[in-house]
Design a protein around this ligand. Sequence first.
Ligand code: GUN
Ligand code: FE
Length: 463
Amino acid sequence: MTAKLARNMRRGGMNLHNKAVRGNLIHAPVCGQIEALLDALILIDEAGVIAEVLPGCPPRLCADYAARGALVTLRPGQYLLPGLVDLHVHAPQFPQLGKALDLPLDRWLMEHTFPLEARYEDVGFAAEIYGRLIDTLLANGTTTALYFATIHLPASLKLAELCLQRGQRALVGRVAMDHPQTCPAFYRDASAALAADETRDFIAQVQALPGNVPRLVWPVITPRFIPACTDELLQLLGALATQTGCHVQTHCSEGDWEHQHVLARTGQSDAAALADFGLLTRRTVLAHGNFVSAADMDLIGAAGAGIAHCPVSNSYLADAVFPLRAALDRGLHVGLGTDIAGGASPSVLENARHAVTVSRMREDGVDATKPAGSRGVPGARIDFREAFWLATAGGGAALDLPIGQFAPGYMFDAMLVDQNAPHSHLGVTADDDAADVLQKIIYLVQRTNIARVWVGGRMVHEI
Ligand code: GUN
Ligand code: FE
């Protein structure tokens, strides 16, 4: 956190509670469609909830807000967008970002990830890394993150506390993993009962964090993935999900090795096994899902569960490209995940770009020695509008939270994009219509363009 932001936050100076913002707003409430409101007015209530979105600026209302110093007017070249939703982040893997991506998943976990995650027994180490990660994600426009922490309750709680302090909307899971054959002795839960008990304690402690205003930081039931958990643990966590109604997150059918391992052990796919364990709910987010079948999609859709599509990570660790178009056409809840550190970028926008790119490669195919007609998967592409929806409203819907769009009753979680920032690549011209502006934003915005970020009306980042 910069000294300037800390000062402003103390003063409450750039918080937007009971204020109005006037300027150009772009959002995507419906998948595949964008809505650009030029010179619009958005009213925020005292709790940071959007009270009204007016397509124009009624002069009397604007004058009233201006008279009491409660009108923030955006400058030319600035655009207000919903904050980004990251549906899959491994917080402890931040130091591993950009490393070891030439390994397959099983070796990547054993040789790099588990030894690193084991270090979070040290809460001081956790506090340092987690603080830097939250600042980095906020600076990239991520207003909501769904985090895996580690098996350590104190360090996982530290992550929840730091999100609360810094004002990031966060869903945090203390990771459960007890399988003696797949988890190393230095990094696994001593028993299924202990993992379930600590998960229960973690839920209670996060819910009781002082100042955890409704809807800011949530506990998440987090079996790492079926290979890392015994049946007993999965059953206990499924029962906990039913009892508490908490969110659930896990990895699902990510790559060949994982998918085949689960088939061999349970005789069914990840999605079907998770459903049997009671872990497929409206508040479940499955990371990846690259190998899900049509029947799996039916199960996931019937449960109302969501999928975190992680296109950057999948290009390295997954062996395949997620059938995103099919998932969207079935109306499944889907959003985007960075999958730090499987994906070597902390940016949801980078993943939005990559989601478009990999969908085009899935459609065209990649081997030019094959005939064009049988090279790829016809109709597999998505476009920038759908990618933007995934990064915002799609992610919000997957979490079953009122975030990701500018509408009354939704939280004012937003980022201010400024094309006139230093070293900007973004160059909107007079010839560009609203769709062009959004497309340029998706492809060209860098961290430097994200001038300010708010969560629930509270300013949490400023350049
Ligand atoms: N499967 C189980 N654990 C992990 C992890 O940390 N990252 C990824 N990408 N896949 C996993
Ligand atoms: Fe992951």
